[in-house]
Design a protein. Structure first.
Length: 273
């Protein structure tokens, strides 16, 4: 008499749903980055993918329990479904941790009292004092910088760093005099395809120039700390570039001091007597 060993249907469906959830979560990211789908459509598709991944994980865990009790086949299918769903849900868990770590804002500036202007039509944030304090705590290095470099040279340096990051330019205004003001506006894209606008103001100063930076999300909701981290990373890179420039500046000739004694000149003609 043959004993039929069945394959668990829970394991079969766990693998099927896991195999569906993974491409449904990854493919829209590329479409969103290339602007082939809107941000609203992207969010809806991702929510559906996460729901399917959660269902696949539930079925996989249920399959493990049933396989352990009944001795049916399907361990490999249940394991495949579990890991596919895990690949989808781990990034979601990481994003959830970011929402707990960073303040729920979408507009961060190194100069909150006078932030650089933004070209995009973004509603004013109107941050409360509590939110400003939370931003200062989360991003302590997002502060204005003062450098002993003229505004025109600093503008060129900032533009080089913006181009190196592949940000899409929106507007540029170069300072015309050492005490004039210039600004660069560009759009940065996150890993998932969200767009943020960056405004960098270079203001001439008698001692050099002052750099202020602002990063604003072009989509509503929590920015997951992206804007604040972007400002800190950019200004830190700018600090390093300025340090290299100042270190490599050759020193001028040393002027003689007043303490140097005059050389004695011998009178070849001798003294008249």
């Amino acid at each position: 008499m043959r004993i039929l060993i069945r394959t668990s249907k829970w394991a079969i469906w766990a693998r099927r749903f896991g195999s569906l959830a993974l491409p449904l979560a990854i493919i829209p990211v590329f479409l969103h980055r290339e602007r082939l789908i809107t941000s609203v459509d992207f969010s809806i598709i991702e929510m559906i993918a996460m729901a399917i991944a959660a269902l696949a994980m539930f079925l996989a865990i249920g399959a493990f329990v049933r396989l352990w009790i009944t001795g049916d086949q399907g361990w490999s299918k249940a394991t495949t479904g579990f890991f596919l769903s895990l690949l989808c849900l781990l990034p979601l868990a990481f994003l959830f941790l970011l929402t707990l770590r960073y303040p729920a804002v979408a507009d961060v500036s190194s100069d909150p009292t006078n932030p650089p202007g933004i070209v995009s039509q973004v509603p004013p944030s109107g941050l409360a004092p509590v939110e400003r304090a939370a931003i200062e705590t989360a991003f302590p290095n997002a502060r204005n910088r003062t450098y002993p470099i003229e505004a025109a040279e600093m503008f060129a340096l900032v533009r080089t760093l913006v181009e190196a990051r592949g940000w899409e330019p929106r507007a540029q205004r170069e300072p015309q005099t050492p005490l004039a003001e210039g600004q660069i506006n560009a759009v940065s894209m996150t890993l998932l395809g969200w767009r943020d606008e960056v405004g960098i103001r270079i203001e001439g100063d008698p001692q050099g120039s002052i750099v202020a930076m602002r990063s604003v999300s072009l989509h509503p909701g929590h920015d997951l700390g992206e804007n604040g981290r972007r400002i800190e990373e950019f200004l830190t890179a700018l600090d390093e570039r300025v340090t290299v420039i100042l270190r490599d500046v050759p020193l001028g000739p040393v002027a003689p001091t007043d303490d140097s004694e005059p050389e004695e000149v011998e009178d070849e003609g001798g003294a008249e007597g």
